[in-house]
Design a protein around this ligand. Structure first.
Ligand code: ACO
Length: 378
């Protein structure tokens, strides 16, 4: 008798590529980018430097960094033609769709003479300026010229609020961008690399990444966690809400992770940020934070024995809200950050490209079915 084929559902436990970009230490709950502890990068670096690290696999010298920043800042600007595209893609609601549509409509920026590294840097530079303007247009405001001197985080806050960002807003958002920049091969990065493996271009791979990140089981979890906190409404309702949710076999959004069966190291950092955000912003953010704290405690009692702990998306809603990001754009901010992870992966993958083409196990009707003309079928 033939041994049945083993199908690896969800590709769980399967290694699909070699990468020098990040190491996830699932035993000790640590995350490293190119060997550097992400907690140290959050404390001492900034998103732009981390972007350099991921694209070049080393930290820059002063002169390398200033040349990189110069390029990035040039790319953060949006010309009238690009702003026109932004206005067009913003006609439909949704930051993720608009962001993806922007990269579809500007494909010409990623082909021809443009090297893959240049289009990667271009995408990293443009993304925040595009999203900030998408948010403006979708709420009925005019576009605003980006201010590259504010850096990627500061510029995004500036575009959203039309005001010079407060230091705490820049610091929070910059830290969030660092924490979301890279994480091995989750669904979005894998999708992005699959597209790249066909030798499609950098922008096409980014579009795949954005669309794959969108789902609530992946990047969309922060928006879903926010809605969950709103639905609970009051810290005193946490326990009864949780009991009902679990009895209905609902998932607690922001809990669980395919790779971490212990506390997500990024979530630890964001939890501390959420505490600060709640102090600074008070009101709504404080209420969300108190609900989250109580939900964490109650849910851990039930779910920790199954290896389910908060992931970073459990805590980001409070930080995003304190920064001024509207809740329906949380996932798009994640995408703005993760673009560098996607493009760093594909630049790495292209050094030794192989078309990704897995197999399927056929489980349909016996082959050789007789074709019956439609008039004779019943
Ligand atoms: N709440 C309650 N139970 C859960 C949760 C959750 N959040 N997550 C998993 N479980 C349970 C499942 O019901 C299942 O239980 P069972 O064995 O009794 O049927 C068991 O844990 C295993 O679940 P799987 O779906 O097989 O685990 P998987 O590794 O595929 O799931 C995932 C990972 C998708 C992240 C899951 O934990 C989940 O849906 N979490 C909520 C969404 C979320 O927060 N996603 C963000 C992930 S981080 C990121 O992408 C940036």
């Amino acid at each position: 008798m033939e041994t049945p084929l083993k199908v690896y559902k969800g590709l769980e436990g399967i290694y699909v590529l070699d990468s020098s970009l990040s190491f996830i230490d699932t035993e000790n709950g640590k995350l490293y980018y190119v060997g550097y502890d992400v907690e140290e990068l959050v404390a001492r670096s900034n998103y732009e430097e981390v972007a350099y690290l991921l694209l070049n696999h080393k930290l820059p010298t002063m002169s390398e960094f200033s040349a990189f920043l110069g390029k990035l800042r040039d790319e953060m600007r949006l010309g009238e033609e690009e702003l026109e595209v932004v206005r067009f893609v913003s006609k439909r609601s949704g930051g993720m769709d608009a962001l993806a549509a922007y990269f579809i409509m500007t494909q010409k920026d990623a082909v021809g003479e443009v090297s893959p590294m240049d289009s990667a840097v271009r995408a990293v530079g443009k993304a925040g300026s595009v999203l900030g303007n998408v948010i403006r247009v979708q709420r009925g405001d005019d576009t605003l010229n980006p201010d590259p001197s504010l850096g990627i985080a500061g510029n995004l806050v500036y575009l959203i609020t039309s005001e010079k960002p407060q230091p705490y807003q820049v610091e929070f958002l910059d830290d969030i961008l660092i924490l979301h920049a890279e994480h091995g091969v989750p669904a979005s990065t894998f999708g992005s690399v699959v597209t790249a493996s066909t030798l499609s271009n950098v922008y096409s791979s980014i579009v795949t990444g954005i669309m794959t990140l969108k789902g609530p089981l992946h990047g969309g979890a922060a928006e879903a966690a926010y809605q969950q906190f709103l639905e609970i409404g009051d810290p005193d309702r946490v326990e009864s809400w949780l009991e009902r949710a679990l009895s209905e076999r609902r998932r607690i959004m922001g809990f669980g992770h395919r790779v971490y069966k212990i506390y997500d190291p990024r979530a630890k950092v964001v939890k501390a940020m959420a505490a600060k955000a709640s102090e600074i912003a008070g009101g709504h953010v404080k209420n969300l934070y108190e609900i989250a704290l109580r939900l964490e405690e109650a849910a851990l009692a039930k779910l920790a024995p199954k290896g389910l702990f908060p992931n970073l998306d459990f805590w980001t809603p409070m930080v995003y809200t304190a920064v001024g990001i509207p809740p329906n754009y949380f996932t798009a901010v994640f995408a703005v950050s993760r673009i560098v992870g996607w493009v760093a992966h594909l630049l790495e993958y292209w050094k030794d490209n192989r078309l990704i083409r897995p197999l399927h196990n056929y489980v349909g009707p016996p082959v050789g079915q007789k074709y019956v003309p439609i008039e004779a079928r019943h």
